[in-house]
Design a protein around this ligand. Sequence first.
Ligand code: AMP
Length: 124
Amino acid sequence: MPIDPTLPYDANNIFAKILRGEIPSNKVYEDEWAYAFEDINPQAEVHTLVIPKGEYVSWDDFSTKASDAEIGGFVRAVGTVARAKGLVEPGYRLLANIGVHGGQEVPHLHVHIFGGQPLGRMIA
Ligand code: AMP
């Protein structure tokens, strides 16, 4: 079920548990600001998720409350992961679902990185 992005952060969401190492993930990258891992149900040849280490429900929450250092660190981490995956040429797609209309299911901000194949239309 899509989440209500106005709800307070739920420290028991599945990505919080991944960050705490309570459930396994296929780690791709980690630094001070971000953690990246493979999506469990990939929708493309490459489907990697990047999440901030801070407790933010969504892009809306993050862009409102995160410090400039957190935002800078997270945005750079997304680029680092895409480059490390060799996606810059021929290209890739970033996606952040927010709230009910966005179809967001996990209430911890995550950016999807899709690539490794032509990705078709922007919205199906
Ligand atoms: P969204 O609809 O943007 O909230 O996307 C949530 C994404 O998290 C989906 O693509 C799921 O396949 C993915 N996902 C859910 N649980 C896990 C998990 N334990 N490990 C990796 N990816 C997950």
